[in-house]
Design a protein around this ligand. Structure first.
Ligand code: G6P
Length: 612
């Protein structure tokens, strides 16, 4: 979603800001802009479209190129369409304050009316411009920039990550956050502010994560942090855990493809040190502090959005099957608003790649306020969700840049599997069965490699049907959420309409859609209901559908029913999603490439959705 970069130091700000914006491109955006103080004025360059357009615009504003301090932004439209006027940075009407903002100012309308009654004028439709004028209004009366930002933030409801410049204080940047991530990178006599570590990592690994309701005031080569109530705070300098190489394409055409192919390694990293084969034990350091409470937990609720929600659905199966504990999965956006019942002995597990998804964070807070044990399955180390949980397990999947989540999904499922085994073993699972599962889990990365080897064949199959506009994905049991995920992947990046369903539900309505040549993907590995799935395949074939099956290696019989088959190695049913999802990721990727879509920057999507 929106991205912020700010720079204050001894180098040309523009280079660092633009490079930072490029690193944030993957998050999704539709306009961009830069502002710097030059010759006693706040000078901006902004435009709709890509960073490349912004670079052309910057060439026309040489004053910005000389500045050693500036702020920049990529905007993902919420209030108002992606126009130049709505792009950030937003200047106050008197030209004294410039601001970039992530998040949403919920009470922007009453604030706007109040400011208009004071004679302030507005050039955009955004909520963010209200905040720049509000700061300017307080600055006009106090003459104190930091105080003006502080006072304005007290008037605001909603969420923000901001970086602010003042024309009259050209050596200072003020940054603040509430509900929208903001990080300050500390380099050699320079500071880089960003909403995402990837914009900082090329310059320094030392960062300070701002907390909610906290401000950073950076003057030349010094920084102090205070709360918005003006209480000084002390923040530890932390290390960003990943390097520039990890966010490079490495010869792949797209980050999504790179990340699909990284999955054997990302799962190995995720499992590393956690499967104690000798003692037949799963060791998860992040939950040790709540181990006793966990074993006594009577009900688990997974809450998440998008792909992470699909991982939650698989978690539900895993917890009930392997640990025999009731579990359910809720859309975070629904859970938070429906006054959920949280009884004693309930644990809520928030699943999130970014750790910053606004709805997931709000659901987690709701559950915690109601007394649930709050746990997280998160990829981004130090993210808000990771910090706000009582305990949790990191994915260690490395940075995921492709907007369509792939390696984070499989690592989320791997972590859920380990958690279910951890609980199952403590409750009733025999050492023998536990060992068998752990060995099967450890074998998954190697098995994924054999699925990836079918990439070219999958492309050939997809090329026969990539022009079809409606697809169905059908699976049962553990593979029902995989069907949902396969359909979502295809929608997200190739803009094909696709639906995922439990296979047996097809006959209760969706079968009306089947017509000659319509692609229907059956996830049909060896399982207890395999014969029933074959009957469903027959029903589709009878109506002329084009059947693609994902089946267990060695199953030759299925070729009689399906037009194309992608094979996955055999494994326990509980682990099948880790394998069956791989050909569907490749299928979606190949369809998007064949249709000429921008795989890593799909239209309208954002990598991390930090607004409700
Ligand atoms: C966005 C992304 C999805 C992702 C979802 C949840 O919608 O486009 O790929 O699954 O957010 O993100 P999270 O970071 O919480 O896993």
């Amino acid at each position: 979603m929106c991205g912020i970069v700010g720079y204050i130091g001894h180098r040309k700000a523009q280079d660092i800001l633009v490079e930072g914006l490029k690193r944030l491109e993957y998050r999704g955006y539709d306009s961009a802009g830069v502002c710097a103080v030059a010759d006693g004025a706040l000078v901006t360059a902004k435009c709709p479209g890509r960073i490349a357009n912004l670079e052309e615009r910057l060439a026309e504003v040489p004053a910005i190129g000389q500045a050693t301090l500036g702020i920049a932004h990529t905007r993902w439209a919420t209030h108002g369409s992606p126009t130049e006027a709505n792009a950030h940075p937003h200047l106050s009407d008197d030209g004294r304050i410039a601001l970039v903002h992530n998040g949403i100012i919920e009470n922007y309308l009453p604030l706007k009316q109040w400011l208009q009654s004071k004679g302030r004028t507005f050039a955009s439709q955004t909520d963010s411009e209200v905040l720049s004028n509000l700061i300017a209004e307080f600055y006009a009366s106090s003459g104190d920039f930091v105080e003006a930002v502080r006072t304005a933030l007290h008037e605001v409801t909603g969420t923000y990550g901001i970086a602010v410049l003042c024309r009259d204080e050209p050596d200072r940047i003020v940054a603040a956050r509430r509900g929208s991530p903001l990080i300050v990178g500390i380099g050699q006599d320079e500071y880089i502010i960003a909403s995402d570590a990837s914009a900082i990592v090329a310059h320094t690994a030392n960062v300070v994560y701002l907390h909610d309701n906290e401000m950073a005031v950076i003057d030349g080569d010094q920084m102090r942090t205070i709360t918005i109530d003006n209480v000084p705070t002390t923040r530890e300098v932390e290390l960003i855990e990943y390097s520039l190489e990890e966010i490079a394409l490495d010869g792949f055409d797209h980050f999504m493809l790179k990340e699909i192919f990284e999955q054997p390694q990302s799962i190995r990293d995720c499992l590393r040190g956690r499967l104690n084969m000798r003692e037949s034990r799963v060791q998860l350091g992040g939950i040790e502090s709540v181990a006793r409470e966990l074993v006594k937990t009577r009900r688990f609720i997974f809450t998440a959005c998008g792909t992470a929600w699909h991982a939650g659905l698989i978690g539900e199966f895993l917890f009930e099957d392997l640990a025999r504990i009731p579990a359910e999965t809720e859309y975070a956006s629904e859970f938070r608003y429906r006054n959920p019942i949280i009884e004693d002995g309930t644990a809520v597990i928030a699943i999130s790649q970014s750790g910053e998804t606004a709805d997931t964070l709000a659901a987690l807070r709701e559950a915690r306020d109601k007394g649930a044990l709050a746990l997280g399955i998160v990829n981004a180390v130090g993210s808000t969700i990771a910090r706000e949980t009582d305990a949790g397990v990191y994915l260690h999947a490395g940075p995921e840049i492709g907007v369509a989540s792939t390696k984070a999904f499989t690592c989320q499922v791997a972590v859920e599997t380990m958690l279910a085994l951890y609980l199952g073993r403590r409750k009733f699972m025999s050492q023998e069965i536990m060992t068998r599962f752990m060995e099967a889990l450890a074998a998954i990365p190697g098995q994924i490699e054999t699925v990836l080897a079918q990439s070219d064949m999958i492309r050939d199959v997809v090329s026969r049907v990539a022009d079809r506009e409606n697809w169905l994905f059908l699976g049962r049991g553990y593979n029902y959420p995989v069907a949902l995920e396969g359909a979502l992947k295809l929608k997200e990046i190739s803009y094909i309409h696709a639906e995922g369903l439990p296979a047996a539900e097809m006959k209760h309505g969706p079968i009306a859609l089947i017509h000659k040549g319509m692609p229907v993907v059956f996830i049909a590995p060896r399982c207890g209901v395999y014969d029933k799935i074959i009957s469903n395949i027959e029903e589709v074939r009878a109506r002329g559908g084009y059947v693609i099956a994902v089946a267990t290696e060695g199953n030759k019989e299925i070729r009689r029913y399906a037009d194309a088959v992608f094979y996955v190695p055999d494994c326990p049913q509980a682990l099948q999603p880790l394998l069956t999802v791989i050909p569907l990721q490749l299928l979606a990727y190949q369809a998007a490439v064949l249709r000429g879509c921008n795989v890593d920057k799909p239209r309208n999507l954002a990598k991390s959705v930090t607004v409700e």
